[in-house]
Design a binder for this molecule. Structure first.
Ligand code: DGT
Ligand code: CA
Ligand code: ZN
Length: 505
């Protein structure tokens, strides 16, 4: 075989670059020579500084592949919503778990932490050394894989057909816990943990925890063990973010975070009386069967005197109430609650008068117009209405398509706390509104929150899982979440609100 020219002068630290599709030995050589690069670290730095742009011989595709392989691709446009990433990640996980070479596998990275958008999918895979090649072949042939981007002894990176990147970190049983901890991140949380380890005479690496005194390896097959050895409370992945670190440095001070089974009902649902797909009877039957731990559901169709089309007409409110009554009669108790979602108009007035609002069991007021102006005063005015129980999707953002409008959150949350108005954690994948940071702020001010799905179809009730993750990332306790209460508890919240407003007036 003819020897390949130039290969020899490529530093051994850069050989793995040649696994990148479309990058020949010549190109690797060229990069090394032109930029004086000697190792992967220097290459990473050069790519971050966009120095590859100066090399004419590299195509745009070459550069893209190098960036991807180095995990430097993450501009905001390429991030995908948590829900899509969870579905995709789960599918990849289920597929590789069927390979006999895979002894254990877990999602890590930002998906495991429940971040609202995801740059790429990280998966820890336990596989014996001799099986790694076989695993690579199988991964390459999975229907989900578009192509292999890079493959080495400890890592495989693939791109899926939807252009999402997946990194598999290959590890053995003994190092699994440490790998899971490290690749779950976040980066700033890892730095925090590494410093904590150093302070306690340990060294924490993606390979495991070591006792510095005798350089002895401490078993970390399970992630929890690392926390135990370091005398720290276990920190759930949702709290492994920079914003939560101040709370986790103190032992036994972590909130006990809310869980899905603690939720007693879904409090924003649209039926075919407005823009939802299903009748109230269908929704009730489905929810009753599929979510048996819910004690109530709240139908909150859009209703307005101001707009037409896909809204509950004022004249239809009594007809809708009769339908709800008949569904409840069949179920044997008041399972379906009569709610409404009203618009907050430009001047802060609502799209229905108080005499009508007071007929409903639950009133959500939301902004559906004028998305660019500062909306603090509109939202505060809505809080002052004794019949408004909750502000819907308070920031107005649509992930990837609409920025949140400006709001003075301190002022709004103070008003919400003083008037006893709840804020929504809207669990739709493109809303997640409030987001984790605002949830943390709201809770600190004593504002109560409602997690709901804003479902318009039967499949959307599963979004509740996302809402729970936002609440957990925001460091909520169960008591911060109103719909962990039974309906009597919700009624109490409503009478407390009226009392709070009367006191101020
Ligand atoms: P993403 O993919 O942008 O949504 O966010 P992550 O958190 O999944 O980040 P990613 O995929 O770049 O890396 C996965 C985890 O690996 C990250 O959360 C922490 C760890 N990690 C990666 N690079 C570094 C690093 O340079 N330093 C430290 N301390 N940890 C890192
Ligand atoms: Ca990631
Ligand atoms: Zn809405």
């Amino acid at each position: 075989m003819k020897p390949r020219s130039n290969t020899k002068i490529i530093p051994s630290t850069l050989v793995e670059l040649m696994d990148i599709r479309g990058i020949t030995a010549n190109k690797v050589n060229l990069i090394c020579k032109k930029l004086g690069i000697k190792n992967l670290h220097e290459l990473t730095a050069a790519v971050a500084k966009e120095q590859l742009d100066g090399i004419r011989e590299l195509t745009a595709e070459n550069k893209k592949n190098i960036r991807r392989s180095l995990k430097l691709h993450k501009d905001t446009e390429s991030r995908i919503q948590l829900w899509d990433a969870m579905l995709q990640g789960e599918e990849v996980l289920q597929t590789i778990r069927q390979f006999p070479e895979v002894k254990r596998a877990s999602l890590a990275g930002s998906i495991r932490r429940g971040k609202d958008t995801i740059g790429d999918i990280d998966i820890i895979v336990q596989v014996n050394g001799p099986d790694r090649k076989k695993l690579l072949y199988k991964v390459a042939r999975m229907g989900l894989t578009e192509r292999i981007i890079a493959a080495g002894k400890n890592r495989i990176c693939i791109v899926l057909h939807n252009q999402l990147l997946v990194y598999f970190y290959l590890t053995d049983e003994k190092h699994y816990g440490a790998a899971l901890l490290y690749y779950t991140g976040s980066k700033s949380y890892n730095v925090f943990m590494e410093n904590m380890a150093t302070n306690k005479g340990y060294r924490l690496t993606p390979d495991g925890l070591y006792d510095v005194k005798n350089n002895q390896y401490i078993a970390t097959d399970k992630e929890e063990e690392i926390f135990q050895y370091m005398l720290l409370d276990y920190v759930t992945p949702e709290l492994r973010e920079e914003q939560a670190i101040p709370n986790i440095t103190v032992q036994h001070k972590l909130p006990s975070l809310p869980t899905f089974d603690q939720l007693k009902g879904d409090m924003q649902i649209h039926s075919d009386w407005s823009d939802g797909e299903e009748s109230i009877a269908h929704i009730a039957r489905y929810m009753f069967d599929v979510f048996p731990h819910y004690q109530y559901i709240v139908i909150t169709d859009h209703a307005s005197n101001e707009r037409v089309g896909h809204v509950l007409k004022t004249s239809d409110i009594s007809l809708q109430a009769a339908e709800i009554k008949s569904v409840n009669d069949q179920l044997g108790y008041d399972y379906v609650k009569k709610g409404v979602e009203v618009d907050i108009l430009e001047n802060g007035q609502l799209s229905l008068p108080d005499e009508i609002l007071k007929q409903f069991d639950w009133v959500i007021a939301s902004i559906h117009s004028h998305f660019t102006k500062d909306n603090t005063s509109r939202l505060m005015k809505a809080c002052e209405n004794p019949y408004v129980h909750c502000i819907g999707h308070p920031s107005g953002r649509l992930i990837g398509s609409r920025n949140p409008y400006p709001v003075n959150w301190d002022q709004l949350f103070d008003k919400a706390a003083a008037t006893g108005t709840a804020m929504e954690i809207n669990a739709r994948p493109n809303r997640l509104d409030l987001n984790d940071t605002l949830v943390r702020k709201a809770v600190a001010k004593g504002v109560k929150l409602v997690i709901d799905t804003d479902a318009h179809g039967l499949t959307q009730f599963d979004f509740m899982q996302l809402g729970i993750r936002v609440a957990r990332r925001g460091g909520c306790s169960k008591t911060d979440i109103l719909n962990t209460r039974n309906w009597e508890g919700i009624e109490k919240f409503k009478t407390d609100k009226v009392a709070a407003i009367n006191k101020v007036a």
